[in-house]
Design a protein around this ligand. Structure first.
Ligand code: GDP
Length: 465
């Protein structure tokens, strides 16, 4: 646990990413933020930042021995008009690790405590500056990989989801009050508990919950992305398709360090969905050990993928190998899209009889040419549509973007379904269902989220956020 002296109240961290940059920011938040800043900062005009209600100061940060650490701009935001709703001081220094670390150390030496991951945002949440769903959208915003993901995060960060959830909460709370009022009535005088108007509103709430559940899959997809494994026997054009999709779908700069020209994994955007494209080794009964390892890896990649692209050569007859592979893939729990490649070789020719392979019920089937690019747009569109299912494709409505949120809202919807099924039950029973629904909705806004879940959520933020 934290110590109980004055360090407890004021946290500090470097809020800009590590590395060199034009500017870097050390952020302080808490009741002593301005006091601590005053101890390490000397204004170039000799101003006392504790006394003057000015927001931005120019000057230098010194260490305890009077040595200048950096020339800075100091930005003061007084409570409650700051990100955390506490006094916040942002020290804008030169963006190198040495000056930033030195300034941070000076702040710590003067009584601040190093912030934990996500602690600034957690304070904003605890101080009522934003609810949990908005706090989580802040991290979605920072981590967004595509424009669609950014748009979805901005919609939620702007409070659209919170408003929808608070409406649900108020509606459920009204219904609960209504039902609880009836608990004390003697059996024979019991008024009609759930009248038609109330029931209508609850049905409406349930409908909104199911909409949120349906669109959550899109929200989760935009945020987390999906992995697509390209599998098929050697020489069917897997690598060619991989490269063609990269060119076509505009590759996102890979965040992984050390990727070289022979990389087998790249991230592309599929109509706004970040998709990790994995080019696996050719799959066939392995002739030697090295190849066997490659085939094993390919199988693993296929099993763990969100979707498999099963590439076959449409211009060649199907072999036993294709059929065996098809049977293997069809047994996996992962949806498979059949991609018939090399269609350019088929011009003017009859389509090859795909026989056994087409008899398998694939999630979708597409015809492409990795060489000419024909059919690639359709393939991308088919994949995006399959991934999104009947979830909304527009990010206009606020979307849940995390599994725990979807889980909570599903529990709320289930509680209401129980209530609908037992509408004639005694008020105590109806109250139990309504309370459960309220509790579940509150887990998303943060009103009823258990402390350990909050810990986990904020721990996934970075330090300084
Ligand atoms: P992989 O072993 O499955 O990765 O297959 P490659 O991508 O290395 O392709 C094998 C051969 O098929 C290469 O000579 C490619 O140029 C060729 N190829 C791949 N896709 C097409 C296509 O759509 N049309 C034609 N005509 N040739 C293709």
């Amino acid at each position: 646990m934290m110590t109980t002296d004055f360090t407890e109240d004021t946290i500090a961290a470097i809020s800009t990413p590590p590395g060199e940059g034009g500017v870097g920011i050390v952020r302080l938040s808490g009741v002593h933020a301005v006091e601590i800043a005053a101890r390490l900062f000397v204004s170039s005009k000799g101003k006392d930042i504790r006394k003057i209600r000015q927001r931005v100061f120019h000057g230098h940060v010194h260490d305890g021995d009077g040595n200048i650490l950096d020339e800075v701009l100091l930005h003061i935001m007084r409570a409650p008009h700051s990100y955390t709703a506490e006094d916040v001081v942002e020290i804008n220094a030169h963006g190198g690790m040495a000056p930033l670390r030195a300034i941070l150390e000076a702040a710590l030496a003067h009584g601040a405590r190093l912030a934990q991951p996500g602690e600034f945002t957690r304070r904003a949440f605890v101080n009522g500056r934003m609810d949990l769903s908005r706090a989580e959208a802040v991290i979605d915003l920072v981590q967004a990989q595509t424009r669609a993901a950014l748009h979805a995060a901005n919609t939620v960060a702007g409070g659209a989801l919170s408003r929808a959830l608070y409406e649900l909460r108020d509606l459920l709370a009204d219904a609960l009050a209504h039902v609880e009022a009836a608990v004390d009535f003697p059996e024979e005088d019991l008024p009609e508990l759930v009248n038609e108007a109330l029931l209508e509103r609850l049905r409406n709430a349930h409908k909104r919950m199911t909409d949120l559940i349906r669109n959550a899959d899109a929200g989760i997809l935009y945020r987390e992305g999906v992995s697509l494994a390209i599998v098929g026997k050697p020489n069917v054009g897997k690598s060619s398709l991989f490269n063609a999709l990269l060119r076509d779908a505009r590759a996102i700069v890979s965040a992984q360090p050390g990727t070289t020209r022979d990389r087998l994994e790249e991230t592309i955007t599929l109509e706004g969905i970040p998709a990790r494209l994995i080019d696996t080794a050719g799959m066939r009964s392995a002739a030697d050990e090295v190849e066997a390892i490659g085939v094993e890896r390919a199988k693993n990649a296929a099993q763990q993928a969100g979707m498999i692209l099963f590439v076959v050569d449409a211009s060649a007859p199907f072999s036993q190998e294709d059929v065996a592979l098809a049977e293997y893939l069809a047994r996996l729990a992962v949806p498979v899209t059949l991609v018939r490649n090399k269609m350019d070789l088929m011009d003017g020719m009859d389509k090859m009889d795909a026989g056994d392979i087409l008899a398998v019920k694939w999630a979708a089937a597409c015809e492409v040419s990795a060489i000419t690019g024909a059919g690639l747009h359709e393939l991308e569109h088919t994949l995006a549509a399959l991934l999104l299912g009947d979830a909304s494709r527009t990010a206009e409505e606020p979307m849940l973007s995390r599994l725990h949120q979807k889980d909570s809202i599903r529990r709320a919807a289930t509680a209401l379904e129980r209530l609908f099924d037992n509408i004639d039950a005694s008020p105590e029973f109806l109250a139990v269902d309504l309370r459960e629904a309220l509790q579940a909705v509150g887990e998303i806004t943060g009103e009823t989220t258990p402390e350990d879940v909050l810990d986990r959520i904020f721990a996934s933020f970075c330090i300084g956020k």
